[in-house]
Write a protein that binds this ligand. Structure first.
Ligand code: PHE
Length: 338
């Protein structure tokens, strides 16, 4: 039995020394020390050994068992340390690598253009005013001399929120909201969203307008003209012809639409200007006395001008954008160009 124990010990220790895999090491633990393992078998066999021999044999068997267990543990520590070393090397973070830069965003073309227009008017002394997108019919229409039966209401295809409440069809209601609060002199510009039931290449149900209002003593159409000419030259650059065409708006009298010579063909005629040589860019006029009445302004003493333009349209004209839809589809390939 002693010889068998010695053979088992040296065989086991040799085997363990040669193992380089944790799974195989575990198999070898089961093989020697498991419930049906070889060492366990020898310890069970002690029952058949004579009483005198049993203590010495028992001691020897336990020593072998301990030696194998120690070898298994030591090997396990070595293999685990090696595996850890391998893993940390493989997953090591190279702290000297440059980081990944977050891609910074930028303002959308529409607010870019709106800010630019605001800056041009701020230099002239205008202040920025705002009003609600959800507006009462009173501010959107009635106060602007556009009563319920007025045909001009039809041309604004209005979204109704509930009776008497609409999504504003233009930024003009902010004129009245400002005049209710402050006395002349007034000089404000109003960038903002407006809504109309309209949808094609040049119309979006939501778009941006830019309103202007100036009221003081002795304001004339010449002031309106000079202000807008200055603006158009600043925005489109020098060298464009500008024309004022008589027009009608219920809240201005007289009223005009303003065209500039086509930014694409310089007036020669092309697809963009529909071969007219001209592009319509805004509506304007002298504030109607009825509007001043609603504001409780003395219309004998004060006069003023107002104008409104489409920010989308101004952006599209300058960048030769063919469809307003591009501005709202959030296609980065388009948006990143600006
Ligand atoms: N509110 C008008 C429109 O949306 C534009 C306008 C504003 C005209 C101010 C005259 C004065 O068509």
């Amino acid at each position: 039995m002693k010889a068998a124990l010695e053979a088992l010990e040296s065989g086991a220790l040799d085997e363990i020394a040669g193992i380089d895999d944790l799974k195989i090491l575990e198999e070898s633990r089961v093989k020697y020390l498991g419930r049906n393992g070889q060492v366990t078998g020898i310890l069970r066999g002690l029952a058949t050994v004579s009483a005198e021999e049993r203590p010495a044999m028992g001691q020897a068997a336990n020593r072998v068992k301990q030696a194998i267990a120690d070898a298994l543990d030591a090997k396990k520590d070595t293999l685990e340390a090696a595996a850890f070393e391998k893993q940390t090397t493989a997953e090591a973070v190279d702290l000297s690598l440059p980081g990944r830069r977050p891609r910074p965003g930028h303002a959308h073309l529409i607010p870019q253009v709106a800010d630019e227009i605001v800056d041009i008017f701020r230099e002239l002394g205008f202040q920025v005013a705002t009003g609600p997108d959800i507006e009462t019919e009173y501010y959107n229409f009635d106060a602007l001399n556009t009563p319920a039966d007025h045909p001009a209401r039809d041309s604004h295809d209005t979204f109704f929120v509930k009776p008497g409440v609409v999504l504003r069809t233009h930024t003009s209601p902010v004129q009245m909201r400002v005049m209710e609060k402050v006395q002349p002199p007034v000089a404000v510009v109003v960038p903002g969203r407006v809504y109309r039931v309209d949808y094609d290449a040049s119309h979006s149900p939501m778009f941006y307008q830019f309103e202007g209002l100036l009221v003081d003593e002795g304001v004339s159409f010449a002031d309106l003209k000079g202000t807008l000419m200055h603006f158009l030259e600043r925005y489109f650059g020098p060298g464009h012809k500008v024309r004022f065409r008589p027009h009608f708006f219920p809240f201005t009298e007289p009223s005009a639409e303003v065209d500039i010579s086509c930014t694409m063909c310089k007036g020669a005629g092309c697809r963009v200007c529909k071969h007219s040589g001209w592009l319509e860019v805004l509506g304007c006029g002298m504030v109607h006395p009825e509007v001043f009445k609603h504001a409780n302004y003395d219309y004998e003493k004060y006069s003023g001008f107002a104008f409104g333009m489409g920010v989308d349209r101004l952006a599209m004209l300058r960048h030769a954008i063919s469809s307003i839809g591009h501005l709202y589809e959030n296609d980065l390939r388009f948006l990143e160009q600006f």
